[in-house]
Design a protein around this ligand. Sequence first.
Ligand SMILES: *Cc1c(COP(=O)(O)O)cnc(C)c1O
Length: 397
Amino acid sequence: MSEWLQCIANKHRFPIDEIRYTCDHDGDLLEVERDHLIDRNSFDDRSTSHAPIDQSGVWRFREGVLNVDRAITHPEGGTRLYERNGIFFKHEGENPTGSFKDRGMTVAVTQAVRLKATAVACASTGNTSSSLAAYAAQAGLKAIVFVPAGKISSGKLAQTLAYGATCLAIRGDFDAAMRLVREACARFNIYLVNSINPFRIEGQKTIVWEILQDLQWDAPDWIVVPAGNLGNTSAFGKALREAHKRGWIARVPRLASIQACGANPFYRSFSEGFATRHTVTAETIATAIRIGDPVSHDKAVAAIRDTNGIVEEVTDDELMSAKRTIDGMGIGCEPASATTLAGVQKLRAKGVMKDGERIVCVLTGHILKDPEANFRAEKVLEIDATLDAVEQRLMGS
Ligand SMILES: *Cc1c(COP(=O)(O)O)cnc(C)c1O
């Protein structure tokens, strides 16, 4: 079975074990390609296995992800698909470190070990850094994370530090941290594991494959995903292309990528038929997608085109209101994840999504990732430690 790296533009091939993230020609992104046949029945058969590599919702699909005998796995994936009020929610916040980032990170860190890297790094709005810190700790690698100073949630920063990563708080936004980490990795010989790393994308494809498997390979009409750096949008497009090409599904669901209005470069590009690549100075309450210059733009354009997909934007008020709805169903998620439900509400109102269509929203992060977004001081009723005080509060006065 053979696997290689391939330029998305000129299709030039590089060995799978070469350390590179872009093609020399135009700096285009690379993707992992393979030529062997893969039968989806082997995935279903593994559901009864007790081996960690089979229990992982990533490595269960390893023939389509990365062929390895040994993986750095928690295991991850195997998240639940909830149905509430006629909409499915795939809760990726149920991954080991509380976000979907674990799916790409198990593959990128496994590859880092195969390449005999000693240090790994990423720029992050907080979830990638938490995930990298955990997997690097498991693998015994040094982890260095570049985060925008003052712009990541306390939960994510605390988690990253707890797992033992070296944390560089950059005076600048995520996009500045991203540029810096790329230069630093090249200069100091550190393995870069942002989603520009094609192995991350291979792992993230399994969100879609697991959804399809959850639905017994009867594809939904829509898959809805928050869009920041566009790694997931890219991965979802590749996952659907491959699933359809290999005959695992009869038809391709439409992708809906949802951005926050204050961080909407991909939405702007989509609105112009992708004629220009936009960048913005990003600002939104959903810090996980506070990104103005997404690195996976080109791959994400292909994902939207190949799936007859759509890009929508929602305001911070709309996404926070959708978060209260998701929290109120007893599921819960962090703000960025709630762009999905807010997007569905908007696209239904516009008639783009129709009654009766099967919709899967991907909830990317756990409710406790962003404690500040949950805290509502007015809901906390402080009282004296007496029954009278309880009665007064409960019975009203
Ligand atoms: C990283 C992240 C996103 C953005 O995903 P991209 O693949 O960068 O578009 C969305 N939500 C959460 C919770 C994240 O951690």
